[in-house]
Design a protein around this ligand. Sequence first.
Ligand SMILES: Cc1ncc(COP(=O)(O)O)c(C=O)c1O
Length: 376
Amino acid sequence: MKIPFNRADIGKHDLELLSESISAGHISGNGPFTKQAEARITEILGNDKTLLTTSCTHALEMAALLLRLQPDDEVIVPAFTFVSTASAFMLYGAKPVFVDVRQDTLNIDIDQVESAITSRTKAICVVHYGGIACEMERLVKISRDHNLVLIEDNAHGLFAKYKGKYLGTFGALATQSFHETKNITCGEGGALILNDPSLSERAEILREKGTDRTKFLRGQVDKYTWVDVGSSWVISDLLAAILYGQLQRADEIYLQRMHIWSRYHNELLSWASSNSVITPTIPDGCEHTGHVYHLRFQRGIQRDKFIEHLKNLGIYAVFHYQPLHLSTVGRSLGGDDGQFPITESAGDCLVRLPLFNTMPEDEQSHVIESVKVFNP
Ligand SMILES: Cc1ncc(COP(=O)(O)O)c(C=O)c1O
């Protein structure tokens, strides 16, 4: 049995919509499926505007451009995240300032955020790791008190909630990913979630190469022209059609993923506690969507042996983020060993188990049995 880490579920319904998009003849950006997918997300989240983009990375870049960053501006980000959370801001001239994450959720450590604020801080960009929320009231308050823009890199957490409110609706801006490993996917894709109406019009312009083409397509101007800087971040309507199909199936995908996530959690708890392996913590008030199931060993060597053990049994389990402050760029910004111990330990000791909504029961049973025979 060969069990991949992820198997994207592009189903019959999604393919029918893809074929509809081809027949309708609008396969470039800003087409009918893009509009329907954006409207669906906004209808659920209740945000001001949703703009589909070519990736979460590009949505983060749009967020950075919307901030009108100046050289020497700083953006506080967790050291335990994907490269794009930091590089998007650096691309537009700001300095990412790293802080460590909390031991329980691996989300940004808010005490450290407060200590990292300086007169040059412009924004805080948080990540809801595995779709499990950061403590949003505190973050909203800190960003208001210091007049900072709060951005949620919600790559993992579409439709997850914190105290009954959807993730992505707390900050002025949030970003989503529809990469093939995400719960809802179109291969590569993303979205910028706008919660501050004063940013929405400019965001549309940035996404359309710095032009007011979106207004033109809505019939609000009779020709479109160059009005600002920008780039080409619109997604092809072919991908938006697949995405719309996935969004229509979101409840079903959610239930399937939660079933698999919960089965791992229930069946591995006792093995984990007798082997000092840490399982995910879901704080009160957090409703996640079963995006990541991870285990953390006490030592990196145990994690590496575990990945090898599963590989020998045909199972592909993977590690996750490597500490950004210890990357080549991170070190050039002053990052050093031992600076953020929880991030460093998660980089060395964390492993993600295979998890996808179509995972057959016997495949998951094989993973669970294979985990349980491992003796760290
Ligand atoms: C937290 C986080 N932000 C951003 C990204 C980048 O997403 P994309 O591949 O859609 O650009 C990822 C990738 O998985 C991620 O984990």
